[in-house]
Design a protein around this ligand. Structure first.
Ligand SMILES: *[C@@H]1O[C@H](CO)[C@@H](O)[C@H](O)[C@H]1NC(C)=O
Ligand SMILES: *[C@@H]1O[C@H](CO)[C@@H](O)[C@H](O)[C@H]1NC(C)=O
Length: 359
């Protein structure tokens, strides 16, 4: 095989393994079914079961919700009311923008710059829920999730999040005791994930949203965790599918605006999106390969023409970069022959070398 081909494949392999390494958590998320930590339906008492009373209730009876101000839009009023009316004995806290900022400034001043610096309001709405759960404990519920039954049975677990299809976890309904190690980890890592990813949707998903939470969760699971540190997973059926499920989800009523619908769509379809990404990468790889081939062909044509110039006109060394006409070939790739006097015989006997851009 030609040396150029070997170098080309090697470089591609290195780039590919670097990419795979850096997204390995994402890839492993694709095959994570969360079965090790799922809350089994057999252990969950039915809505009016006497068993509920016998279970411990370690998560504080607090319901947290967020909205920019106190004026809840009509579309979510029913959902909000359903949760409040089912839980008269729970404390209810609505985290408005103002209240959320005050809370961060007072309790987590080290995070305030990041919090204020978030480009999208939804990033603040995402991050505040992790902080209040880490701080007060309780149950966070998105405004577009209505309550279908009391949350009491879920108070038995140190922490729970809900599963999303086809993989990963969501941040729209979560419960936790105060100072749970998982949510402490989450708030600790928020700053290091505060990066821009070109597309607003990916930026939001991966800096504060469900993708961020899923990645932290996946890495957190690897560690040997005590029972108190476990994060239990509420599966789809128990979440909102049946009359005995905990929530009713008002699909399409995203309070984050039209942007978020795409984010949710992406969250739900990211296996597809990952596949699409792989196909795109393969296409780009193939295009690069094709370009490389074209350049080489061009190079050898040029070389062939150039070599016909008598040596007394072209100077002593034909491959001298100063002698090449401009624009015929990028300086990045320059053909060098094994033996100068054999070079016209064809490309099979020649090799190519990659030169640095400085050349
Ligand atoms: C549970 O009890 C309440 C009243 O105590 C009732 O309104 C509700 O329908 C019951 N739910 C089920 C599933 O039986
Ligand atoms: C909340 O915001 C909406 C629009 O963004 C506004 O119409 C409403 O008056 C605000 N409510 C309060 C209590 O400030």
């Amino acid at each position: 095989m030609r040396r150029g081909v070997v170098i080309f494949l090697l470089v591609n392999f290195l780039i590919l393994s670097f990419l795979v390494r850096s997204v390995s958590t994402l890839l492993s998320l694709l095959i994570e079914d969360a079965s090790a930590d799922s809350i089994h339906r057999a252990e969950l008492p039915s809505p009016n079961s006497s068993l509920i009373e016998q279970r411990p209730q370690i998560i504080p009876k607090i319901i947290h919700q967020t909205y920019k101000n106190e004026t809840i839009p009509e579309v979510w009023k029913d959902a909000q009311r359903s949760c409040i009316e089912l839980h008269p004995d729970y404390e209810y806290i609505l985290w408005t923008n103002e209240k959320a900022r005050e809370f961060i400034a007072h309790e987590y001043p080290w995070f305030l710059d990041t919090f204020d610096g978030y480009k999208f309001p939804i990033q603040r709405a995402d991050s505040i829920r992790y902080f209040v759960l880490a701080h007060y404990g309780g149950t966070y519920i998105d405004l577009d999730d209505g309550c279908n039954r009391r949350l009491d049975p879920l108070l038995a677990y140190p922490a729970w999040v809900r599963r999303t299809a086809p993989t990963g976890i969501s941040n729209d309904a979560m419960g936790s005791v105060p100072q749970h190690p998982f949510f402490l980890r989450v708030i600790e890592l928020l700053q290091s994930y505060d990066r821009s990813w070109l597309l607003p949707y990916i930026t939001v998903m991966y800096s504060t949203g469900p993708l961020f939470l899923s990645v932290i969760w996946k890495e957190y699971m690897h560690e040997r965790i005590t029972e108190a540190g476990r994060v239990r997973i509420l599966m789809q059926d128990e979440y909102n599918r049946y009359s005995w499920s905990f929530f009713t989800h008002h699909v399409g009523n995203s309070w984050h605006g039209s942007d978020a619908r795409l984010i949710f769509w992406m969250g739900q379809h990211w296996v597809f999106l990952t596949l699409l990404g792989c196909i795109l990468a393969a296409t780009v790889g193939f295009a690069a390969w094709w370009m490389y081939g074209r350049l080489m062909l061009l190079g050898s044509k040029y070389r062939y023409r150039y070599s016909k110039i008598p040596s007394f006109l072209s100077g002593s060394r034909r491959s001298s970069p100063t002698r090449r006409p401009r624009g015929v070939m990028p300086t990045l790739l320059r053909r060098v022959s094994f033996k100068e006097d054999e070079e016209i015989r064809g490309a099979t006997e020649t090799s190519y070398e990659l030169y640095s851009r400085r050349d």
